[in-house]
Design a binder for this molecule. Structure first.
Ligand code: BGC
Length: 493
């Protein structure tokens, strides 16, 4: 054998190993990156912006935030948005999902007073993205409610449907000529359960099993109202698409016992089915098991009717079918076992559910143990959505990993590699309609009640530096390479 043929053999072997261990992203598979207004913008009281519920909570109750901080300055993206667009572009991302701060547009929430400087800010951002070939995707509500509304009950007040619709209408009028992808609401569970049930999120109310369910009904109606407005008035001209984003966790039965299988299903229905079923299921309405369990416990507690406010047949029809795609935020999988009913005390959503959840400590996790890499769980979830919700188009609107502050964030790379492969398996082998994957998050930012302690960014941000310097982590290299070669290593390491 000559030197030349040895070289050829080595090249052939290398290529076949490479072919086995990497796969090509389909040409129409789209990868983007996300942030949210309160988490990155700062400029909390600049140029006419009003007070939001997170401004209020962080200023008046810093004890509710692990490091006592606020998003007053955050990543200072209000001033650095042009630089941020360059960060997105330099990695080759095709899409940027960001949110609008409601009190930056309507300082007191109501539509009688518009803040033009707020409109200008988002116009500039959108134009900058388009000039750099990045597609804008807007989340209308990512938890930034004008504080004023808390005086009137916030999301527990049915009037929120009309307030939210007026706000969204102005956004369609102002930005809809250039923005073709819209999310009405990010994560109803976090809004209702954490904001009105456990109180760990603004506005910090803890009336679990009551206010969280009141909020649920209003969030669903508000979403449907905005969808219908866009669908009827704006879509024919603007030709965009609009949907809701629901954080959905996969629940795997903790054993083969029938009661654990039922418990896993119950957990799924309480966790995301309560929001997804009314919108995506062919019959609409709440999942029956949620209605039954809340009604039974409400009655045992002495309530004359269920704590879960009913959806009337008209409301069920109004909400059903109101999403052009399933916006999926996915972060983890859990094992689920049945739990015997708790003794009757105060109303509590967790007690309504009657499940015990746990995870496998061998699953890769980051600085918060909830976020775990379980690719098979992600694939099962995608199949569940396909099979139970009329095979919708799915946009993975968030998937991300919390590090410990390191620049060599190799576990984040493992996490995205594993999950992207799960998504491609579901697309290619299971025919799930999932062709969009959005990474959470572009840069380290304000992680809600955890403050700046938990970094999710591809870019590290130095929060002690007035310039909020951004430094690429190893995962920037991973995505830059992936987006350039469009080849994804198939292993999970
Ligand atoms: C939220 C983000 C948050 C991320 C990580 C999602 O639930 O939409 O705002 O930063 O999870 O916790």
């Amino acid at each position: 054998m000559t030197i030349g043929s040895v070289t050829l053999l080595v090249i052939v072997c290398f290529c076949s190993v490479y072919a086995q261990s990497s796969r090509k992203l389909p040409d129409d598979f789209n990868i983007g990156v996300a942030t949210a207004a309160y988490q990155i913008e700062g400029g909390w009281n600049e140029d006419g912006k009003g007070e939001g519920i997170w401004d209020y909570m962080t200023h008046h109750h810093p004890e509710k935030i692990t490091d006592g901080s606020s998003g007053d300055v955050a990543c200072d993206s209000y001033h650095k948005y042009k630089q941020d667009v360059q960060l997105i572009k330099s990695l080759g991302f095709q899409r940027y999902r960001f949110s609008i701060s409601w009190p930056r547009i309507f300082p007191n929430g109501f539509m009688n007073k518009v803040n033009q400087a707020g409109i200008d800010y988002y116009n500039n951002l959108i134009n900058e993205l388009l000039a750099n070939d990045v597609e804008p995707m807007i989340t209308i509500y990512h938890w930034n409610l004008p504080q004023n509304f808390t005086n009137f009950g916030g999301w527990t007040n049915p009037q929120i449907v009309s307030w939210f619709t007026s706000y969204a209408k102005l956004l369609f009028e102002s930005f809809g000529d250039r923005v073709k992808l819209w999310i009405t609401i990010n994560e109803p569970k976090q809004i209702c359960v954490f904001g009105y049930g456990t109180g760990i999120f603004a506005p910090g109310l803890n009336y679990s099993g009551v206010a969280d369910y009141m909020c649920t009904k209003n969030v669903l109606l508000a979403h449907a109202s905005v969808y219908r407005l866009y669908d009827k008035i704006f879509k024919p001209k603007q030709k965009g698409r609009i949907g809701i984003t629901i954080e959905s966790v996969w629940g795997e039965p903790g054993s083969d016992a029938e009661e654990d299988k039922k418990a896993a299903d119950r957990m799924i229905q309480f966790d995301f089915g309560i929001y997804a079923h009314p919108v995506f299921h062919k019959n609409g309405g709440y999942p029956k098991v949620v209605e039954e369990y809340v009604a039974r416990r409400s009655s045992a507690e002495g309530f004359s009717k269920s704590r879960l406010p009913k959806l009337t047949p008209k409301e069920i029809d109004y909400i059903k079918g109101t999403s052009d795609f399933y916006g999926l935020n996915h972060y983890s999988t859990m094992y689920v076992k049945n739990k015997l009913p708790d003794p009757i005390t105060n109303p509590c959503r967790i007690k309504d559910m009657q499940v015990h959840t746990y995870d496998d400590p061998s699953w890769l996790s980051g600085s918060i143990s909830y976020f775990r890499l379980v690719p098979w769980g992600f694939r099962k979830l995608l199949n569940y959505i396909k099979n139970n919700y009329q095979d919708p188009e799915i946009i993975v609107t968030e998937n991300g990993f919390p590090d410990y502050g390191e620049i060599e964030d190799n576990n984040r790379i493992k996490f995205h590699k594993g999950n992207l492969n799960a998504v491609l398996d579901a697309l290619i082998y299971d025919n799930v309609k999932v062709k969009d994957y959005i990474v959470w998050s572009l840069m380290d930012n304000y992680e809600w009640s955890e403050g700046y302690r938990i970094p999710f960014g591809l870019y590290h941000v130095n929060f002690t530096d007035v310039n909020r310097q951004r430094t690429p982590k190893a995962s920037c290299g991973f995505f830059k390479d992936l987006l350039y070669t469009r080849k994804l290593a198939h292993d999970e390491n």
